[in-house]
Design a protein around this ligand. Structure first.
Ligand code: NAD
Length: 445
């Protein structure tokens, strides 16, 4: 099939590449010429495991091309995926500027039947606005060309995006056009060969499903984070509680880890956008505002533990921070808890020596100007002359560190573990002062 993907970010690039991998001919369009330049020169602008190899393979096979040429891109695909960003507007609602502009571009240039597919996360009702934008542009050109608008929200996880796209749990298609549904079925059938995972529904339900999924996941995290705060006070261990409840199949083990708060480009903005949608619809949601508020508080928890240990004024203190991206296996720094932790430590006068396996270039960009912050090339270097180690992101390489080395290098052996990577009992046995999240029953704070 001939496919155009508009927006070549985390979602667009993975979508385009995986569709090319199945033999389709894909043109990826982006308004950012620098991004397209990187791709045309054989690189990729983001870190995503396995993606560079897949992009190279499909470029070599001439199934995957990158361009900034809107007319050529629109001309290419019968299927036009819109995968542009939907950042939060000032009131928290999703800013649809890029989506509508992408739709208008399709309307400005299309000359034959197109299926326009909203893959970006967009509020209920957006497909109607996309349809209207395209119709307006066609009207302006005084041409009548048939088209359909389909909702196909994306559920991939950064860090495991290729695996998620190639072997999806489900594919949600919101459509009311038979021809478009047939095309979508044909497109996705190679991805769901062993059993049908395609859920076809009305457009609004499909749009809503994406927000419902992210809101549920964010709720689980905030719920556990809040219980972890309580566990600290009560002297219970949230990790044991997690196992105790996760064993109930109605609850399950996934997404029940207490930590330093959720971040990334999706959960925070999607929770806010759903709250906004509800407000506009006259429904006062009670749970989701609490989920968001709990997360804001949680991003401060590591600093609260540090100040409880070292005092509110951290002048003259130095801290090692391991992990900057909002989660492992990505360089995405959007809404990363590390940003809050580092800014707050710096505000209180501390020096910070930060390390991340892949996110350092992006971190340098978004944290430029933070006083007292330096970046180091090795996790060990971060600990030199530091008062304590603070783990913010659970990269694999932090999971079994050389604790003897940590002990010998830090000024005093103190670890603040924002991801509960280490066992409090082992830390005690090693003589390391350990502060996890919700693990005080085992001697940590
Ligand atoms: N990142 C994720 O893990 C994830 C997962 C599921 C869904 N989503 C959703 O997918 C959408 C895209 O997210 P992302 O993380 O890939 O964003 P991103 O910021 O990484 O990429 C968006 C790209 O769109 C480009 N763009 C903007 N306007 C354009 C236009 N008119 N024409 C061409 N290109 C244009 C930008 O230059 C940018 O490269 C969002 O709605 C997001 O909520 C993201």
């Amino acid at each position: 099939m001939k496919i155009t993907v508009i927006g070549t970010g985390y979602v667009g690039l993975v979508t385009g590449t995986c569709l090319a991998e199945m033999g389709n001919h894909v043109v990826c369009l982006d308004a950012d010429a620098a991004k397209i330049g990187v791709l045309e020169n054989g690189g990729i602008p983001i870190h995503e495991p396995g993606l560079l190899e897949m992009v190279s393979r499909n470029r070599s096979a001439s199934r995957l091309q990158f361009t900034t040429d809107v007319a050529a891109a629109v001309n290419h695909g019968t299927l036009q995926f819109i995968g542009v960003g939907t950042p939060p507007g000032e009131d928290g609602s999703a800013d649809l500027r890029h989506v509508i502009e992408a739709a208008r571009n399709v309307g400005r240039h299309m000359t034959d039947y197109k299926v326009v597919i909203d893959k970006s996360t967009v509020p209920v009702g957006t497909a109607d606005r996309v349809r209207q934008a395209i119709a307006e542009e066609l009207g302006r050109r005084q041409v009548g060309v048939d088209f359909a608008v389909v909702s196909n929200p994306e559920f991939l996880k950064e860090g495991a995006a290729i695996e998620d796209f190639m072997r999806p749990d489900r594919i949600v298609i919101g459509a009311d056009d038979e021809r478009a549904v047939l095309l979508m079925r044909a497109l996705y059938s190679p991805f769901i060969r062993n059993r049908d995972r395609l859920l076809v529904m009305d457009v609004k339900s499909a749009e809503f499903t994406k927000y419902a999924a992210n809101a549920m996941l964010a709720t689980r995290i905030s719920f556990m984070n809040e219980l972890a705060l309580l566990a600290d006070k009560l002297g219970a261990d949230i990790e044991l509680v997690r196992k105790g409840i996760g064993s109930d199949p109605r609850i399950g083990y996934h997404f029940l880890y207490a930590g330093a708060g959720y971040g990334g480009s999706c959960f925070p903005k999607d929770v806010q956008a759903l709250i906004s949608t509800a407000q506009a619809a006259g429904v006062a949601l009670k749970v989701l505002p609490a989920v968001a508020a709990a997360n804001e508080r949680q991003k401060q928890v590591l600093v609260d533990k540090v100040t409880a240990r070292f005092g509110a004024d951290l002048t003259g203190r130095r801290f090692a921070v391991w992990g900057l991206s909002f989660k492992p296996n990505t360089d995405d720094m959007r809404e990363a808890p590390s940003r809050v932790v580092i800014a707050e430590l710096a505000r209180r006068g501390a020096a910070v020596q930060a390390y991340d396996p892949v996110a350092m270039p992006e971190a340098k960009r978004v944290l430029s100007g933070v006083l007292g912050l330096s970046f180091v090339d090795q996790p060990a270097e971060a600990m030199r002359d530091a008062d304590a180690l603070i783990v913010v992101t659970d990269w694999k390489e932090f999971k079994s560190p050389d604790f003897d080395f940590i002990k010998a290098t830090l000024k005093q052996p103190v670890i603040f573990d924002g991801r509960n990577l280490y066992e409090p009992s082992l830390m005690r046995a090693l003589g390391i002062e350990y502060h996890g999240i919700g693990r005080s029953s085992n001697g940590s704070g």
